[in-house]
Design a protein around this ligand. Structure first.
Ligand SMILES: Nc1nc2c(c(=O)[nH]1)N[C@H]1C(S)=C(S)[C@@H](COP(=O)(O)OP(=O)(O)OC[C@H]3O[C@@H](n4cnc5c(=O)[nH]c(N)nc54)[C@H](O)[C@@H]3O)O[C@H]1N2
Ligand SMILES: Nc1nc2c(c(=O)[nH]1)N[C@H]1C(S)=C(S)[C@@H](COP(=O)(O)OP(=O)(O)OC[C@H]3O[C@@H](n4cnc5c(=O)[nH]c(N)nc54)[C@H](O)[C@@H]3O)O[C@H]1N2
Ligand SMILES: [Mo]
Length: 762
């Protein structure tokens, strides 16, 4: 069926790009930005964190990147005229799309509950108010959230400012995202980061893409897969949905496909696993491999690698022996034959890469499941060889770099020692801090008193969004540094500041000249990024400048050269280099290499087969199934009434930023309040395609969660599973249940009940 339709990518992607620019009122920027996005001389695309290829001719950003760029480069502005006299209720009345559509923020804005309205103020007043409010609070009640859009330089200053102020609470968007990947990788192979580079994409002969929709969320990865497919590689997708990028994709860079408007089937097969069924599926694949190995010893497992480099294989094999096929089939929703087929492909491949994204991380057993991915790779020595490896494909363009810069609640003692040595005389909070889940607890129980954010949309991205937004209004103080207005900003504390920042695409001129910042992608390449467009308004300041000036106004650490940092970001990088000694290898001559070559790669020990685990070996980690997940508990109480809900992205959004109400690749237009469900599940509830439904969460924690008037779509999704878009369905996600070990919200495994609505869909 899909063959006759326009492919994903291709002409549609080019049309989408042109439309994105036109909507922002920008003519002819297209060509220029295509030329400079992700080029050595230009800026790092503010979209996803997939690595870019230096020296690639002409086009190396994608439709989705171009949307993110156009959205940021808009000449529309929300300034004093827009804010003065408005109440929070006025702003809350606007939809998410309309809030951001106001354009770029251009002036500091203050909200005071005593007045009840917002008003534009100048920077000095903003810093003075921030300093006054922060001094009045106990630092232990203040959190500093970072989204992954900022730069290494801003993230470094952010964590430094928090710690000298006295707060260790540095929640970040990673807590909502790839947190379980970091946990699993660290325990299993001694690195927090993925082991693959673009070179591996060019040399793998099997790709297993799990829980990821790259056509919408990492289109440059689709380009890499498309190339791999054309040179004969096998690509397997494990996903409850037959995402269109897998079944029919045309690379917009392929002129032939563009002319014919024909795509290719990029994936050789899509295995439609049930939501949360991946651990069982991966165990099934390994069980099949074990059986093959026993039938013909030495032909499947890489015994030399296992003996020299790993520990724990016996416990894993014992676990596989103990699992019955019937159980693995029931839990995964795929057949034994399908699991054996994946095993056959895997055994036949010389070099395998496995990539994954939120389909694995937003689940209760996320860490355990990702460790099965690593177990599978280790069995055939598929880490540390060309064309092999484990790749958690990161979300935000600099989410990995923010972590490398210590902007997170858990850092090593060595990092804190280095900070102290680099900034003698600066008082530094060395306590362990709250992650996002800890901050949410503190917001609900009244412990937290202040929230500062460096980008992001905390109150909407978090689980239980309505409760979080209400809790933010109860805080004495909130401060947000942002490019555009979003819903979190509409719920200020008693005193609320909104500070307008430059983005990636904006030229950044300081006393020492034009500045560059740096970012780190999913393959640990650090690159320079320079804006190309004059800022829309001279009042906007860059993130490093805002954070440095804020910290200076606060006056906690006069020995830190905040002013120097604000004038010359090379001075920040010089300190970063010192602080990375013994923490992250590869930052030597940070400034020189960045300026000379535009980029450099950080080494990855596991990719060199050096395992920074306690034993010095890579570890096979066996896990039993957990039968006490929120889903299992709901099933025990509500039986077949329970469906498993995942919240996911449409093609036309970047996280909480919604570009349009269409999802071109899923054939949905003009409506985001939709529920994708299996036709049999709908029928069992007396429902049919097109019906108007209500959805209610079945987590027994004393809170009711319900959305109404969603339109049901009968969909090709495994029985028992359903899907809706985030943020429209975000209020259904409970902030009382998290994934084991990493405390990531269960955005893709909420037990829900679906019923006919008394209302009619919009
Ligand atoms: N254009 C664009 N690009 C983006 C983003 C964006 O919003 N827009 N967001 C960025 C960010 S921060 C991130 S983290 C990434 C997100 O990138 P993705 O992880 O691709 O995004 P989601 O829409 O959350 O999609 C999850 C995918 O996992 C599948 N899935 C869900 N549950 C399961 C499961 O239990 N098992 C398996 N095997 N599959 C499952 C879903 O069907 C879907 O295909 O993209 C980044 N890039
Ligand atoms: N239900 C549900 N919820 C989810 C998810 C899900 O799949 N389902 N996914 C989760 C994931 S993977 C993630 S990563 C989080 C994302 O959570 P966040 O990172 O908190 O949210 P974003 O929507 O990416 O933030 C968008 C805002 O960032 C600001 N911004 C954009 N660019 C810049 C910049 O350069 N500088 C600054 N200072 N601000 C900027 C703009 O004001 C914009 O409105 O959401 C999580 N929430
Ligand atoms: Mo993410």
């Amino acid at each position: 069926m899909t063959k006759l339709e326009a492919p994903a990518g291709g002409r549609g992607a080019l049309r989408g790009t042109v439309r994105a620019w036109r909507e922002q009122g920008i003519a002819m920027k297209l060509v220029q930005s295509f030329l400079v996005a992700n080029k050595v001389t230009g800026f790092d695309c503010p979209g996803c964190a997939f690595p870019d290829k230096p020296g690639r001719p002409l086009v190396d950003s994608c439709e989705q990147g171009q949307k993110a760029i156009a959205w940021e480069m808009t000449r529309k502005a929300a300034g004093a005229d827009f804010f003065d006299g408005k109440t929070p209720a006025d702003l809350q009345a606007l939809g998410d799309f309309d809030l951001e559509f106001q354009g770029r923020l251009t002036t500091p804005v203050l909200y005071e509950a005593a007045r009840g309205t917002f008003r534009a103020i100048d920077w000095d007043e903003a810093y003075a108010i921030a300093a006054r409010e922060l001094r009045a609070l106990d630092p232990d009640t203040v959190a500093f959230y970072a989204s992954g859009r900022s730069s290494n330089e801003a993230a470094f200053l952010w964590q430094l400012a928090a710690r000298v102020y006295g707060s260790p609470h540095l929640p970040d968007s990673s807590n909502f995202c790839h947190e379980p990947s970091g946990h699993a990788l660290t325990e299993s192979i001694g690195t927090r980061k993925g082991t693959c580079t673009l070179d591996d994409f060019e040399h793998a002969d099997l790709f297993i893409v799990i829980g990821q929709n790259p056509a919408s969320n990492h289109p440059r990865m689709m380009g890499a897969l498309h190339e791999a497919k054309q040179r004969g590689a096998t690509i397997l997708a494990i996903n409850p949905l037959r995402e269109k990028g897998f079944t029919n994709f045309s690379d917009p860079k392929d002129i032939g496909e563009l002319v014919t408007n024909r795509g290719i089937e990029v994936a050789d097969a899509v295995y439609q696993v049930t939501l949360g069924g991946d651990m069982a599926l991966l165990k099934g694949v390994m069980k099949a491999l074990l059986e093959r190995e026993r039938g013909a010893p030495g032909t499947v497992f890489d015994h030399a690698f296992i003996a020299a480099h790993t520990e724990g294989v016996d416990a894993l094999l014992a676990d596989l022996d103990a699992c019955a096929w019937t159980e693995l089939v029931a839990r995964s929703g795929v057949t034994e034959a399908q699991m054996r087929e994946i095993a056959d492909h895997y055994a036949a491949a010389n070099a395998t890469m496995i990539t994954w994204c939120m389909g694995l991380t937003h689940h209760p057993e996320a860490v355990a499941t990702i460790q099965q991915v690593l177990n599978l790779l280790l069995l055939r020595g598929n880490i540390g060889r060309r064309g092999t490896g484990a790749m958690p494909v990161r979300g935000h363009s600099n989410v990995q770099g923010d972590r490398t810069m210590g902007a997170t609640s858990t850092v090593t003692q060595r990092w804190l020692d280095n900070l102290e040595a680099t900034f003698p005389g600066a008082p530094l909070c060395r306590d362990g801090g709250r992650d996002a889940a800890g901050v949410l607890d503190g917001l609900f129980d009244g412990h937290m008193q202040g929230l500062l954010t460096l980008g992001g949309n905390f109150g909407v991205a978090a689980p239980d969004s309505p409760r979080v937004l209400a809790a933010l209004e109860r805080l004495p103080f909130t401060l947000h540094i942002a490019t555009k207005l979003n819903r979190t900003h509409c719920h200020p504390g008693a005193v609320g500041l909104l500070l307008p920042t430059l983005g990636r695409t904006d030229r950044d001129l300081r006393a020492s000249g034009e500045q560059c910042i740096s970012t780190e992608d999913s393959s640990s390449t650090v690159r320079a990024s320079r804006g190309v467009q004059a800022p829309i308004n001279e009042r906007q300041r860059s993130e490093p400048v805002i954070v440095a000036e804020l910290a200076q106004a606060l006056g906690c650490a006069p020995t830190v050269p905040w002013d120097e940092f604000a004038q010359d970001y090379a001075a920040i990088r010089a300190r970063i280099e010192r602080c990375q000694q013994g923490v992250t290898d590869g930052f030597e001559r940070y400034n020189d290499r960045l300026l000379q070559d535009g980029r450099f790669a950080l080494p990855n020990a596991a990719a060199e087969r050096q395992w920074n685990t306690a034993s010095g070996k890579a570890r096979f980690v066996a896990h039993a199934f957990d039968d006490d997940t929120p889903l299992a508990r709901a099933r025990r109480v509500h039986g077949d009434a329970v469906l498993t809900l995942m919240t996911m992205r449409a093609h036309d959004q970047f996280n909480t930023t919604v570009y349009s109400h269409d999802d071109r690749y899923r054939g949905v237009a003009g409506d985001r309040r939709v529920l994708f469900a299996n036709a049999q599940d709908l029928a069992a509830r007396g429902l049919a395609d097109g019906d108007c439904v209500d959805i209610e969460t079945l987590v027994d924690d004393g809170h009711e969660r319900r959305v109404t008037a969603f339109t049901a779509h009968a969909w090709d999704i495994p029985k028992g599973c359903c899907a809706a878009y985030f943020p429209e369905a975000s209020s259904l996600i409970a902030a009382s249940v998290y994934s084991a070990g990493s405390r990531t919200p269960l955005y893709k495994e909420m037990p829900v009940r679906v019923t006919k609505s008394a209302l009619t869909s919009a």
